[in-house]
Every structure is written in C-alpha cells, then in structure tokens.
Design a protein around this ligand. Structure first.
Ligand code: IVH
Length: 679
C-alpha cells in the first residue's frame, strides 16, 4: 500500500481551486489572504516532498470556463520607475543602447496608466475575430463573445485596415461607473467589488456574455501586437490610426519632445489625477519612433522602449480618534480606525481598516496618534502606521477586546488563525442579524421584500431571533401590518413570499445557514454528495468526531478538503447551531439533490490527455477518483477510457491503435456528472 498523501494533496488543490474561483472569478474571496497563504505554504511543503503529485500551476491561473488563447506576440509587462532619477536612467539607457548623441532628439509619448485589465483584439480584414485577456502573458483566455457585446469595442474597423492586426488596450471602469456598479451589487445583495480593477476583471470574465454586456466597461487602445503590414512609423501616428479605426485613445496621451517635457507631464498629471474620470497610478512613456522601438527590443519580460513611471501612493496624515471593533456574520472581530476626515487623493476618508489584531499590534498605533493613511488601488483605505514624533503624551494604547463588544461572549483565536472570533454564534446579535440577512438573500432563501432593513427592524422589535422565526411570522401578520411603513397589503405579501420559500433545494438550504467558508459552490458539492437533508444532517453530526469515518469522508469530497470539513464540524459541535438548523428544517420541505452515483466509474482506468478547456487536470483526476476510477498516465489495453482534451497527441493515437474508447471533454463532463453543475 502506498502511503503517499495523494488524497490529501488532491483535496488541498481542490480547496485552493475553490478559493481561486471565489477570488479571481467571483471577486469575492471566501478566505483571508493570510489563510490562503497558509494553504499555499502547505502545498509548497508537499511539492518539495512529492514533486510528482503537485502540478506546478496550482493557483497561478484560475481554472475557468474559457478556452485558452495563445498570444502570437507575448503580452509583456512594463518596468517601473518611481522617481525622476529612475526615469532619467531609463532614458539614458535607451540612448546608450541606440548610441544616440546628447543633442539627438528622442521623443516619447506619455500616456496615463490606468490600472485595468489589458486585452488583445485580433482583426482580420477589418473584422473582429478574436479577443483575449492577457492571462500570464503567453496564454490568455478567449473572451471574444464577451468583448463583442461591448460598445467600446469596434466589431469592424472603419476605413482601410491591414489583412491582420492585433490591437491592445486597457479595459476599465470609470470612477462613476464603478460606484454605480457597486451600488447595484449592494442592492442585489451581492458583495461589492474591492476596486475598479477587480470590478472590470469580474465583469469581463463572466461566463454569460449578457452579464458583461450590462457592465459599463470602457476601453483605451494603446499598443500593437502582431500585424501583417506596417501601419505607422511612430507611436503617435499609430494612435491616430487607432482613432480613425474607431477606437477611443486616451485624450491625455501627449507627444513629449524630451526629458524635461516628460518631467513636466508627470507632475501635470499627478495634479490632475484626482479630477480624472478614472483612476490612474502613473504614466507610461514610450519612445515614439517605431524603428527605434524595434531596435531597442525587449529585455526579459519588458520592452526597453517603454517605462511606467508610477505615482507615489496617495497618502495623507490624520488623527486616529478611536478604534471600533466590528463583528461580522461569522463572528470575526475586525478593528476599524476612525480618523478625523482627511482628503486622500480626492477622496474624503474617515475610516480605514486595521485588518486584525496582529496587524494592529505590528502597526503600533495608539488612540490620539497622527497616522499615515494610504489609498492604494483599493477602495478601503489603509493605516500605514503612526508618525511617532507627533505622538502626544496623552496617546492611549488600544487593548484588543477578549470579549465580543456586541454580545459579551468570549472572543477566541484558534490555532494559527489571525482572526479573533466571537463565540456567541447565533446568540450574538451582530452575527444573528448578519446571518438572517444572509439567510433571506437572493442566493439563499430569496425571500422577496425581506432585505437588510426588514431583518433589522424585526430583530429590534423582537419578532425574529433565530432563523426558524422567519417562518413563524404568520400569526404576527396584523402586528406587522400595524407597524409604521407597513399596511395589510405589504404584510400579506411578505407572509406569502415567506410561504413560497418553504420548499427549498438542499444546496440553497445549506448555503443559507451562513456557515463560515460554505459558499454556494461548496454547498452544491455537499448537497450533491449527501443527497438528502436527513443524510447530510446525520453525517455532519457524526463528522464532529475527529478521526471518525464521517469526518474523513467529508474532508475527502472533492472540492471540500480538511479545512472546510473542520469548519462544518465546528459548526455542528455547537448545541445552539444544531438546534437552529433543526428548528428551521422543521418548517420546510427540503428537496433532495440529484446525486451522482458513486462508483459510476468504479474500477475503470482512465487516461486524460491534451488540455481540458473547462477544468484543470487535478480537478478532472479528483472527480474521476471520487467516482471510483483509477487515473493513469499511459494508455494500455487495460485502459477503459481516454479523455481527449485540445491538442491530444500520441496518447490519442495509441488509444485508436488499441481500440480503447475515447471521450470528448463534453462526453467526459456528462459521464462524470458535471453537467447541471452551474459554473
Ligand atoms: S503598453 C509592452 N500602455 O500596464 C508594453 N500598458 O505594467 C505593453 N497599462 O499590462 C503595455 N496603460 O495592463 C501600455 N498606456 C499603456 C497602459 C498600459 C496601462 C497596463 C497594461 C500592462 C501594464 C504593465
């Protein structure tokens, strides 16, 4: 018997993949950065011991539903300069490389640098044929269908166009569009995006192009990839052609004759920055003459003919007036700094995150301190630290509470977690209200008209304390009708809306409980695995015992992993949680989930070859194994199926020679029960 930890590694990879999806695709992280780093460190430790069991790409590029696109000309990045000296070094370096004399001119284009998402658009005979994200620079994602839906992207180039040209530019959201999108997210009870970049990425990388079409994405075109014939001799001429073809080019792009002009441009833009309609983090300078660009070429991952001169991060100082501890749905205690309102790069800031207890200690800030506030790309500003010379004698250290400021329960830090959590569970009003809001939200019970305001109102009035209370509201209908802002009609409608949701699919029910780290995807996996509420409930209780079969089985469900298993076990360990789940279930008809039969592929030997477009190799392997199959590397007469991805090579040939059954990716998905799994 092998003692290699294959199952554990597969589970870890699957767990990280879930977090990657949550972070990269849904732009809604399900885990703190520190916790994610801990998972990665564990994986790295495994990789050192068992290099053959850990694929090199885990977590680097999120698995997605998009086909891969190989860039003909790699999409590279830019070197950075952070001050005038570094910028001067870039120019002298270029001059030296070209052997230009001091008095020979070297004009540049200066272009505001927007922190968005770079894309590549391929036009053949003037028609858009392909659009792709940058990806890792070599291979991106084919997002043609989504890009076609954006008014900012011409489907046809106006006027003369070369036989083939690849145009590159930045997809972004203006500050106003970002605000509006986040407001819409909040009213749809979806998590707001952390910054315009995430929002742009999240909007473009939608599997449903009609969602992308609703997002107000903008594009500035600024570069060329592959081209069948020369279209310009200078970058500014190329930008003019882009405009003529129908693209928007940043109107602040300016031809600068020399170093002094560039330095002036940099400070002009720094001053304008707050007034611009979009966020910029610096200026990109490009040598204008394309023949010179060509001679300069590339060094490593960046061109020698361009540089990004970054602005210093927007900072300001203010007085730290107090630190408030917020308690979230999962009981996490988060310190929030309240500062005297201060303008940071055009935005009035009065609150900033201090992340957690350790960060707070590391930053060594005291109440009354003058603190440095910074707005990086993110919407939530950060406190960098105190200005120690300005610390008043009256400054008071902040003692992190050991008890929940809302309910007074003990707040604990477990193991190596950075977060301190209230142990009050649903008896803690902060957690209870947040959890009830989550419970009624769209992806959970989806109770029409039962939003945050109503939850808070009913909570304050003592009408609801626990989840099941929502389904006990009927006898209070007239009391609700008599409340301010209500009436018989709206009370009736609410009760009806609640009754409509007494029937609920198991996956939604599990998600609705708001257990930490149990997002929609994990809830679906659990529902599918356990099938019925009764089975799930019994297994969760059994899984509270460390070392039990139930616990082991739970941690081995593909996509779950030991970390999430522990989270579920912790939840079911608590009497009041079990009580609240059972009380709620008693009010409902919980529908069974269609189960994929375990052992569907029992005893079968499967070989995967080529690259799969819709899932990573580890995911495919884990699913095959979960269904009872063995996955091997080479094709033999004993092989039952060979799953053919794109560019399948010798293994496909060998399968044909041996008469082994081959499956397309679609056939594999349906065999393995992936169909019907949303996203
Ligand atoms: S040119 C080989 N021009 O900055 C040069 N990039 O740090 C390719 N960016 O990935 C880039 N504004 O996402 C270029 N005017 C501009 C840009 C720009 C923003 C972004 C782009 C790129 C990143 C490199």
């Amino acid at each position: 018997m092998s003692t290699r930890p294959e199952a554990e590694i597969a589970a870890l990879i699957a767990e990280m993949a879930q977090h990657d999806i949550a972070y990269h695709q849904n732009d809604a992280p399900t885990i703190s950065d520190a916790d994610y780093d801990a998972l990665r460190r564990r994986l790295n430790a495994f990789a050192a011991l068992y290099p053959d069991l850990v694929p090199q790409t885990v977590g680097a590029a999120p698995a997605s539903g998009f086909a891969k696109h190989q860039h003909l000309v790699p999409m590279l990045s830019l070197d950075n300069a952070f001050d005038e000296t570094e910028f001067a070094e870039f120019l002298t370096g270029a001059r030296r490389f070209l052997r230009l004399a001091e008095d020979q001119p070297l004009a540049m284009m200066g272009e505001p640098k927007i922190d968005g998402l770079s894309i590549s658009l391929t036009y053949e005979h003037g028609r858009l044929v392909k659009g792709a994200t940058r990806g890792d620079g070599g291979v991106g994602e084919d997002v043609t269908a989504n890009l076609r839906r954006l008014p900012a992207i011409p489907l046809r180039l106006k006027g003369d166009a070369p036989a083939r040209i690849e145009i590159r530019g930045e997809i972004f959201l203006t500050k106003a569009d970002f605000e509006q999108l986040n407001q819409a997210q909040e009213s749809a009870k979806q998590r707001p995006f952390a910054n315009p970049r995430n929002a742009a990425a999240g909007s473009l990388r939608q599997l449903d192009p009609s969602i992308t079409a609703q997002r107000p994405l903008s594009l500035f075109a600024y570069a060329m990839g592959d081209c069948s014939e020369p279209v310009a001799t200078s970058h500014h001429e190329y930008l003019d052609r882009l405009r003529a073809w129908g693209f928007e080019v940043n109107p602040r792009s300016t031809l600068l004759p020399d170093f002094a002009a560039a330095v002036r441009f940099q400070s002009d833009l720094a001053a304008e920055r707050a007034m611009l309609a979009y966020d910029i983090d610096g200026v990109v300078y490009k040598i204008d003459d394309l023949a010179l660009q060509n001679r300069l070429g590339f060094a490593g991952r960046a061109p020698r003919w361009a540089i990004a001169w970054k602005f210093p991060a927007e900072q300001a100082t203010s007085i730290l007036e107090r630190i408030e501890i917020q308690v979230g749905r999962t009981g996490a205690l988060t310190p929030v700094a309240h500062i005297a309102p201060v303008n940071v790069g055009g935005v009035l800031v009065s609150r900033a995150s201090l992340h957690n207890e350790d960060e707070l200690a590391r930053k060594n800030v005291m109440i009354g301190d003058t603190v440095i506030v910074q707005r990086a790309g993110d919407v939530i500003p950060q406190i960098l630290g105190p200005v120690l010379e300005k610390r008043p004698v009256t400054a008071k250290p902040f003692v992190f509470p050991t008890h929940c400021p809302i309910c007074g329960s003990l707040a604990l830090r477990t193991k190596d977690e950075v977060v301190r959590r209230c142990t009050g569970g649903l008896t803690c009003p902060a957690q209870a209200v947040e959890r009830l809001v989550h419970l009624t939200s769209r992806p959970a019970f989806d109770i029409e008209g039962f939003g945050e305001k109503t939850v808070q109102e009913f909570w304050d009035a003592g009408l609801i304390k626990a989840p099941a209370d929502i389904f006990h509201l009927a006898p209070h209908e007239s009391a609700i009708a008599a409340r301010e802002g209500w009436g018989p009609l709206s009370a009736r409608k609410l009760i009806e809306a609640i009754n409509q949701r007494r029937k609920i699919p198991l996956a939604r029910f599990i998600y609705a409980l708001g257990i930490r780290r149990i997002g929609e995807q994990i809830a679906k996996l659990l529902a599918k695995h356990y099938g019925s509420f009764a089975h799930w409930r019994a297994e969760m209780q059994a899984a509270t015992i460390i070392g039990s079969d139930a616990r082991f089985a739970l941690g081995n469900i593909m996509g779950i992993g030991p970390g999430i298993a522990e989270e579920l076990a912790d939840f079911f360990m608590e009497d009041h949680n079990r009580q609240s789940v059972d009380d709620l279930a008693a009010e409902l008809a919980i529908e069974d989930a269609p189960k994929i039969a375990e052992g569907t592929l029992s005893g079968k030997i499967i070989v995967f070859t080529g690259s799969l477009a819709t899932m990573s190799r580890p995911e495919a392997k884990a699913r095959a194994e979960a269904l009872g199959a063995r996955v091997t590397e080479s094709v033999s007469a004993k092989t039952n199926f060979v799953v053919l991805g794109a560019d399948a090579g010798s293994k496909a040939k060998r399968a044909a020679e041996l008469g082994v059954q081959t499956l397309s990716e679609t056939e594999w998905r349906s065999l393995a029960g992936f169909e019907g799994e949303e996203g």
